[in-house]
Design a binder for this molecule. Structure first.
Ligand code: NI
Length: 185
């Protein structure tokens, strides 16, 4: 296992659709997953997509966290939240309702933005053993899934924003009720 470098906004790998993982049970895929888990933990992230470690593959990992408690002290990593590993994920949106909330991204360091996301969806994919995963998600869980799967389609959260005046520096978040220690995905 090793900690990988994280790609940043502007690198072409973050702008193009990632490739389907042909064999989700392959040893090299397991190695990549282990590196992604270590890299995400080191960066204190909640989610990570393979293109964020320069691998153009349809693979995401994320902690299944509920709404982060604002002001929860020193609680950046959610140790109790289950880790979901999703290969070749697909999303089905189950509502017209969207909700705005602040997002940060490990590939867009130092910034955060107010992003509208659907509040209810179903996602599916395959785990590293080749088993089908199918889940419903709401709220923050659904937000993280949309953010991570967008990475696989070459989309970063600023492209989902409707008001770029709400793209701000972390360090100015206090003016906007966007705490700088919010969850990064
Ligand atoms: Ni991200």
């Amino acid at each position: 296992m090793s900690i990988r470098k994280i790609s940043r906004m502007g690198h072409p790998i973050l702008c193009r659709p990632a490739k389907v993982v042909e064999d989700p049970t392959a040893a090299e895929v397991k190695d990549l997953i282990l590196d992604m888990i270590e890299t995400m933990a080191d960066a204190q992230g909640v989610g990570l997509a393979a293109p964020q470690v320069y691998e153009s593959r349809r693979l995401v990992i994320f902690h299944e966290v509920e709404e982060p408690e604002s002001g929860a002290e020193g609680d950046e990593s959610p140790p109790g939240a289950p880790l979901i590993i999703l290969i070749n994920p697909q999303i089905e949106i189950l509502t017209d309702e969207m909700e705005e909330d602040w997002e940060g991204c490990l590939s867009v360091p130092g910034l955060r933005g107010l992003v509208p996301r659907y509040t209810h969806l179903r996602y599916s994919g395959v785990d590293p053993e080749g088993h089908l995963i199918e889940r419903e998600a709401r709220g923050f869980h659904a937000r993280v899934v949309q953010h991570e799967c967008d990475h696989l389609d070459g989309i970063l959260y600023p492209q989902r924003m409707t008001d770029l005046s709400k793209l701000i520096f972390d360090s100015e978040g206090r003016h906007w009720d966007a705490p700088p220690d919010d969850e990064m995905v």
